[in-house]
Design a protein around this ligand. Structure first.
Ligand SMILES: C[S@@+](CC[C@H](N)C(=O)[O-])C[C@H]1O[C@@H](n2cnc3c(N)ncnc32)[C@H](O)[C@@H]1O
Length: 277
């Protein structure tokens, strides 16, 4: 447990690199979530973001004028987000783990987590989201997925991922494997599986957004890879060796990587009235 907790807070060791190298979230995601959450307009919604990190999602939601309370436990990540606040006047930060965070009397119309839901305590996270939402409020959980277009490159990179146990396959895969819709299974940990039997959340939907293909240089791909927790927790020598192996592999394939970018989104709504009312 202590190990999982430490790993959850490993991102802050390279907060600046994380902010520079990780993808943002597409406009279509913000449009979809705001349309689902409803309200008279972004300014009319009150949102809480769980695990805001350096604010990659905070910037795209807050940039629409949405008031966002960003909850982030790692002060090093929060510090990078704090520097963005000049351009995000309706964003506030509270440095706390979600498990310790106190909404007090505040109730939100939208609670969202970008690439962070899986870091929260499984036993309590749905109860805590429920408590933070106003009746009828929306929960939105999303993750970026990076699909490697070339099957040969994918095969070679997968071999290194397996050999080093870096866990990158949770976020990368063969692009064609993402051609269908989201599969909701216990094994793949999709949020829809977890919420499915919880009658406190209605109108549940899973949406896969297809954001197109981009060509990444080996440098930019390796910079992103280095920010994933499974890579960050490696011993420095092993990490350097792993990244060097990946670079040789990419160089052998032309020095670039074509990536199909997907964003998987789960939304649900807190039952509109108190159960039993
Ligand atoms: C992969 S990062 C995602 C950051 C940001 N949301 C983004 O999209 O770039 C996961 C974030 O969850 C945070 N986190 C880890 N455990 C948490 C917890 N128990 N409560 C709230 N946030 C947590 C980490 O500090 C980190 O900033």
């Amino acid at each position: 447990m202590a190990q999982a907790h430490e790993r959850a807070l490993v991102f802050g060791t390279t907060a600046e690199a994380y902010d520079a190298a990780r993808p943002s979230y597409p406009d279509a995601l913000v449009d979809t979530v705001l349309a689902y959450a409803g309200g008279a307009g972004p300014g009319a919604l009150r949102a809480v973001e769980i695990g805001a990190g350096t604010g990659k999602a905070t910037a795209v939601f807050g940039g629409r004028g949405l008031p966002v309370l960003a909850v982030e436990p790692d002060p090093r990540m929060a510090e990078v987000l704090r520097r963005k606040l000049d351009s995000l006047p309706h964003v506030e930060i509270e440095v706390s783990r979600f498990e310790q965070w106190q909404p007090g009397a505040r109730r939100f119309d939208l609670a969202y987590a970008a690439q962070a839901w899986h870091w929260l305590d499984r036993e309590t996270r749905r109860d805590r989201i429920f408590d933070a939402l106003a009746p009828g409020g929306a929960v939105a959980l999303f993750w970026n997925l990076l699909g490697i277009v070339d099957p040969v490159v994918h095969r070679d990179l997968t071999a290194f991922d397996t050999a080093y146990g870096s866990g990158l396959l949770r976020v990368t895969g063969l692009a064609s494997d993402f051609a269908g819709e989201i599969e909701s299974t216990e094994e793949n940990g999709w949020a829809g599986w977890e919420f499915g039997a919880d009658v406190r959340f209605t109108d549940q939907r899973s949406v896969r957004l297809r954001n197109g293909v981009t060509r990444r240089s080996a440098d930019s791909w390796l910079a992103a890879v280095a920010t994933y927790s499974g890579v960050q927790i490696m011993e420095p020598e092993r990490r350097a060796e792993f990244l060097a192996e990946l670079r040789s592999c990419l160089d052998a394939h032309g020095g670039f990587l074509d990536i199909a970018w997907f964003t998987d989104l789960f939304v649900a709504r807190r039952v509109p009235v108190e159960a039993g009312a």
